[in-house]
Design a protein around this ligand. Structure first.
Ligand SMILES: CC(C)(COP(=O)(O)OP(=O)(O)OC[C@H]1O[C@@H](n2cnc3c(N)ncnc32)[C@H](O)[C@@H]1OP(=O)(O)O)[C@@H](O)C(=O)NCCC(=O)NCCS
Length: 157
């Protein structure tokens, strides 16, 4: 791929497709928490950005980031398997990170499954650090890994 895939904000009509991708690509084997109604609320919430990458009008990747007081929380990020390793996730993350900087938050946090090697490599590549482990975080007994990226110099306490 020569150029970063374009990223845009999701619209309400995207909610069902995003929920299905979350079920199939992220919440596999787990209770389905991000159903259409929840995604729709996220799309409508002013403190949350739902961003998508499309190909021929179809969503091939999406990311959901919530902006909290001091940090932004990346709730979900997934790319359709047939469209991976083309920079779509990197584009989405850069776009969401730029929005977080504009929102003035100091860092981005997220949680990933400890057994998710591709995600760990990807987030490390994007400047995230692994800062903690949440034991038995997921309902199938897998630990969660907390990752963080500081967007501005850390304030001494
Ligand atoms: C992790 C995920 C989001 C990466 O999406 P992607 O669009 O393929 O990633 P990109 O093409 O932007 O990759 C950027 C860089 O990350 C690293 N990377 C991404 N996927 C990788 C993999 N499977 N193995 C090793 N490195 C990987 C590489 O350094 C890559 O650069 P390169 O292709 O030039 O080597 C995707 O595999 C996915 O959707 N996984 C399932 C859902 C998930 O785990 N989401 C994250 C936790 S919520």
């Amino acid at each position: 791929m020569t150029a970063d895939p374009p990223v845009e904000l999701a619209v309400p009509a995207d909610a069902a497709a995003i929920a299905a991708m979350s079920r199939d690509l992220i919440e596999t084997g787990l209770p389905w928490n991000w159903r259409e109604g929840r995604v729709l609320r996220a799309i409508r919430q002013p403190d949350t950005n739902v961003a998508v990458v499309r190909e021929d009008a179809r969503i091939v990747g999406f990311g959901i980031m919530e902006y909290r007081d001091e940090h932004a929380y990346l709730s979900l990020l997934a790319i359709d398997p047939a469209h991976r390793r083309r920079g779509a996730a990197r584009s989405l993350l850069r776009w969401l990170e730029a929005s977080a900087r504009v929102a003035g938050v100091e860092r981005i946090r997220l949680e990933a499954r400890r057994d998710n090697a591709p995600a760990r490599v990807f987030y490390n590549e994007q400047g995230f650090h692994e800062v903690g482990i949440t034991r038995d975080r997921y309902s199938d007994g897998i630990d969660g890994l907390v990752l963080e990226k500081w967007l501005r110099p850390r304030q001494s306490e």
